[in-house]
Design a protein. Structure first.
Length: 397
């Protein structure tokens, strides 16, 4: 509960604080997890493979590997892509740091590409100018759930012999040209963090149509250890296994996968509700010239992980910070996705310079994420609209 006074010392638009995103867990989910607790497997059990099958089937991919979180999934994909010391990998300037940290884990160098000012996704027209002889891969992100123009990106990748790892952490269930995101890039990663489309608490999945990538990621997930006699140098007997490369313990648990299986059944209904809310927001905010609602390219049908408004600061008497704080005082949970990755102190310490991606830096100064999650009631939605209206009306120039 926020006790600060709202605009003009008045009462907030709503009396309880609404978070910007939230998981939806029902009795079925709880029963599924409790059932596993009473069973034989807590870590790797039959639910892991079943969850993988379910995600692969849902998006229409051949293979899926489930791991402990979305960041581990990206790391596994970078490993499978063979990213190593000296390799350059193109990443959009605005994304969660994990999209680029996974390159650093492998010794590679993230190269940041500016954003398309309409979609806030990687600007496909600025990719080629960043490609050098050292470029190995592209990690485009489906920001907010909107699909990237993956056909165009694959075309560029083919021309320069690059591997594409799609960071679809926001986009499970989103569509590109009428098909679920997840079948076109070489590998596609999904996150199952609680604010993401569906959750396993912590969890990540990479889907691919390549048996080679699949095998590599399965090995990477569990220490680089194999029991496959065709891959082993020796075989001493039934107990025997060999570590044939350096992997990690990135395994996901049966508990988490049981939750994931149960959550997947609800994904389409979650997305349906998210789209309803987005439509309501878009209609309501049309009248406000001081902000821009999301633009969606015609090839994309977003599942809407987040709803981002972009302020027109020329039309407002205060900056983004004041608008953000005023919304908080109305008990509306807001957020900013994200600081351009290279502006983080750690990236600055690696030598990245500010000012390199002007579209991203300008957007960062004007973006606000407002609440969007499937269990929002109609009252919640209307209170957010009224709160945004109230704040914008107050600070209009
Ligand atoms: C959430 C997210 C990830 C993965 O995050 P985890 O918390 O490790 O599951 C990766 N990329 C983006 C863009 C994300 O939003």
């Amino acid at each position: 509960m926020n006790n600060e006074l709202a605009i003009n010392g008045g009462v907030p638009i709503r009396d309880t604080y609404l978070s910007y995103g939230k998981q939806f867990i029902d009795e079925k989910d709880i029963e599924k997890v409790v059932e596993i607790l009473k069973g034989d497997y807590l870590t790797t059990g039959p639910n892991v493979a079943e969850f993988e099958k379910k995600v692969a089937y849902y998006v229409g991919a051949k293979y899926a590997v489930a791991v402990s979180n979305g960041t581990a999934a990206l790391h596994a994909a970078c490993y499978a892509a063979g990213i190593k010391e000296g390799d350059e990998v193109l990443v959009p300037a605005i994304t969660f740091a994990a999209s680029s940290n996974c390159v650093l884990y492998c010794g590679g160098k993230p190269i940041f590409v500016d954003l398309d000012p309409q979609t806030y996704n990687i600007d496909v027209n600025k990719i080629e100018e960043k490609i050098t002889a050292r470029t190995k891969a592209i990690i485009p992100v489906d920001f907010s759930g909107q699909s990237i123009d993956i056909d165009k990106i694959m075309e560029i990748a083919k021309k320069y012999n690059l591997i594409v790892i799609e960071d679809a952490a926001h986009a499970l269930g989103s569509e590109y040209k009428g098909k679920k995101v997840g079948t076109i890039a070489d590998m596609t990663e999904f996150s199952f963090h609680p604010v993401k489309p569906v959750t396993t608490a912590e969890g990540g999945v990479i889907v691919t149509n390549s048996k080679e990538y699949y095998d590599k990621m399965m090995l990477f997930r569990s220490h680089g250890i194999t029991r496959d006699s065709e891959l082993m140098i020796e075989n001493h007997g039934p107990w025997y296994y060999e570590q044939i490369d350096l992997g990690y313990n990135y395994r996901i648990t049966d508990l988490q996968c049981a939750l994931g299986i149960s959550q997947m059944d609800k994904l389409d209904s979650f997305i349906k509700r998210r789209r309803e809310i987005v439509k309501r927001y878009n209609d309501a905010f049309k009248e406000l010239d001081e902000l821009k609602t999301p633009f969606e390219a015609e090839f994309s049908n977003s599942g809407w992980h987040i709803y981002v408004i972009v302020l027109d600061l020329d039309k407002l008497s205060v900056g983004r910070k004041e608008i953000f704080e005023a919304l908080q005082k109305e008990n509306i949970g807001v957020n900013v996705h994200y600081l351009p990755v290279y502006m983080h102190p750690y990236y600055q310490s690696l030598g990245y310079k500010k000012g390199k991606c002007p579209v991203a830096e300008d957007l960062y100064n004007r973006m606000i994420t407002i609440p969007l999650f499937p269990s929002m009631s109609d009252y919640d939605v209307e209170s957010v609209i009224n709160g945004v209206r109230k704040v914008i009306n107050h600070y209009r120039k």
